[in-house]
Design a protein around this ligand. Structure first.
Ligand code: SF4
Length: 81
C-alpha cells in the first residue's frame, strides 16, 4: 500500500482548528495550536508523519482547509499531493 508523508510546520499554525474537523490526527493543544498525533519532530516545530492511503483523503481535507497552508502531503517519490 502506498505511503504518504504529512509535513506539518507547527510554528506557522494560527490555531484556526479547521484541520481538526477533517482528521482525528489533528487535535487542539493547550497553546491553541494543532498537534499532529503520532508525528515525529524532525526539526524545531516541524513534524512528520507517515500514513497509508486510508487516511489520505481526510488529511488532504485538513491540509486544504488550513488557512496558512502549514500542512503538506507528499507521496513516496517526494511529490506534493
Ligand atoms: S488549520 Fe492550520 S492553522 Fe488551523 S489549527 Fe490546523 S494547522 Fe493550525
Amino acid at each position: 500500500m502506498p505511503k504518504y508523508i504529512i509535513k506539518y510546520d507547527r510554528e506557522g499554525c494560527i490555531g484556526a482548528a479547521s484541520c481538526t474537523v477533517f482528521s482525528k490526527r489533528f487535535t487542539t493543544a493547550k497553546d491553541g495550536k494543532a498537534d499532529l498525533k503520532g508525528a515525529k519532530e524532525t526539526d524545531e516545530e516541524l513534524f512528520e508523519l507517515e500514513v497509508d492511503e486510508k487516511e489520505l483523503e481526510e488529511l488532504k481535507e485538513s491540509a486544504k482547509s488550513c488557512p496558512v497552508k502549514v500542512i503538506k502531503i507528499y507521496d513516496e517519490e517526494g511529490k506534493q499531493v
